[in-house]
Design a protein around this ligand. Structure first.
Ligand SMILES: [Mn+2]
Length: 446
């Protein structure tokens, strides 16, 4: 994907970096693309992922490259391109982004270091600090938290280039989800639904931003279910899978049902779709993400009450602690180069953490909502026996319709997840935009 906003992205990075260097007391920074991760006692590497701080500057793929950033200078990028006949070493050519760098190509990492004129107080960010030490970067300048905290903080606010990448990643994901939902309706297995997804977006599993979650029926209640049953079909599909563009992720979940699903469960799915969109509609600068999360609990409590699973709704259900067994995760998380992007609980540019309140321990986002942030809105409603069991006896047992709970348990759960950008006037829903403009059926479950 070519974005006209890329030059402005690099200028913005440079501006933010210079402020961060000044605040942390450095003159320059070397960021390393990262080393391949080799499994213990093996000669096989895990699929490579670049250091996120490196990917924040350039979509250049592959390990070992060095990026040298200095105050007032054009970024210098030493691309490591070994002479090697085991793996493909494709020539770089002239990609649209390369002119933003003072580029040099070298056959190994040692020569990459020699290409960098390191002087003054230079910091290093990467996974090979000992290598940085051998090239004159002091120990207290290797991954210094005073600098990395500021870089993490800045990553939460996306540039127009990053938004282009993430919108494209949502569009790709939506295409895959449409194919997956068709496969589900034709009676496909979990494995076949997964294959329909990757086939539709034209990638392999290692190009996905995270392992796909494809759960039929009761498996939908396992939040990170990664099995892929080869046979069988379902009445309900919970599918959580994204796509990557220039290393930026989308993270999309849909829940689909066939007409064989219980009518009460289908009402829950329709209700979740409606309340998910209402929650997206509340997103605007200045609010606390925690308030969105609390609103989700109230809406889910009301829905459970309306369908008859709970005998009380909304505020009362929250006060009695009976929404949490159905909705035991956070409403969402920051999204970007990492699927669970950094900085969601960060207190300030200097670092520190704002912990979630004790009643919502899994909430990953406690930071104030600001223009340029991208995060997910993903309310969930599941029938998880481990969490329901404590309520089957004791003070809260009469608040549930246990017969209905037991009837719906075999349907697993519901999660609906979009990727939302905070704008000056409110928000842009990158996922629904892609759904609306794709010509594909709108991703309305049920
Ligand atoms: Mn997610």
């Amino acid at each position: 994907m070519v974005s006209q906003h890329y030059p402005a992205h690099v200028s913005e990075r440079q501006k933010k970096l210079e402020a961060a260097l000044a605040a942390a007391g450095f003159d320059g920074l070397v960021i390393q693309a990262g080393a391949p991760f080799t499994y213990f006692s093996d000669d096989q590497d895990a699929p490579f992922r670049p250091t996120p701080h490196f990917a924040h500057w350039t979509p250049l793929e592959g390990p070992s490259h060095l990026l040298h950033l200095q105050v007032g200078k054009k970024p210098r990028l030493a691309r490591v391109a070994p002479e090697d006949y085991w793996y493909e070493q494709a020539p770089l050519g002239n990609p649209y982004w390369a002119s933003q760098f003072d580029m040099v190509e070298v056959p190994d990492v040692e020569r990459a270091w020699r290409e960098l004129p390191i002087r003054g107080r230079t910091a290093y960010v990467g996974d090979r600090p000992e290598e940085a030490g051998a090239h004159g970067i002091l120990r207290d300048a290797q991954n210094p938290s005073a600098l990395t905290a500021r870089l993490d903080w800045d990553r939460a606010v996306k540039t127009a280039y990053e938004v282009d990448c993430m919108a494209a990643a949502s569009a790709l994901g939506v295409r895959g989800h449409a194919a997956a939902s068709s496969a589900f309706r034709e009676g496909a297995s979990e494995l076949a639904i997964h294959q329909a997804y990757v086939e539709a977006i034209g990638c392999t599993d290692k190009d996905l931003p995270y392992e796909s979650i494809v759960g039929l029926d009761e498996k939908g209640a396992i939040l990170h279910y990664c099995g892929k049953r080869k046979t069988g079909s379902g009445r309900v599909l919970l599918i959580d899978v994204g796509a990557q563009v220039n290393r930026y992720a989308s993270d999309i979940t849909r829940t689909w049902t066939t007409d064989k699903a219980d009518a009460a469960f289908r009402d829950l799915v329709a209700g979740m779709e409606k309340l998910q969109l209402e929650l997206c509609g509340l997103v605007k600068p200045g609010i606390a993400y925690l308030d969105l999360h609390a609103a989700a609990h109230q809406k889910i409590g009301d829905l459970l009450h309306k369908v008859g699973v709970l005998k009380i709704g909304g505020k009362d259900a929250i006060a009695r602690g009976v929404t949490s067994p159905f909705f035991p995760h956070g409403l969402g998380h920051f999204l970007g180069i990492q699927v669970h992007d950094v900085g969601g609980r960060q207190k300030s540019p200097e670092g520190g953490t704002v912990p979630p309140p004790p009643e919502f321990p899994y909430l990953r986002t406690t930071r104030k909502v600001e223009v340029g942030q991208v995060f997910t809105i993903e309310p969930g409603l599941y029938f998880i026996e481990m969490l329901l069991r404590p309520h089957r006896t004791g003070a809260t047992k009469d608040l549930f319709d246990w017969k209905l709970v037991d009837r719906l348990s075999s349907h697993g759960g519901i999660r609906i997840e979009d990727n939302v950008l905070v704008t000056k006037d409110g928000h842009r829903n990158l996922t629904r935009e892609a759904t609306a403009s794709s010509g594909l059926p709108r991703a309305v479950p049920g």
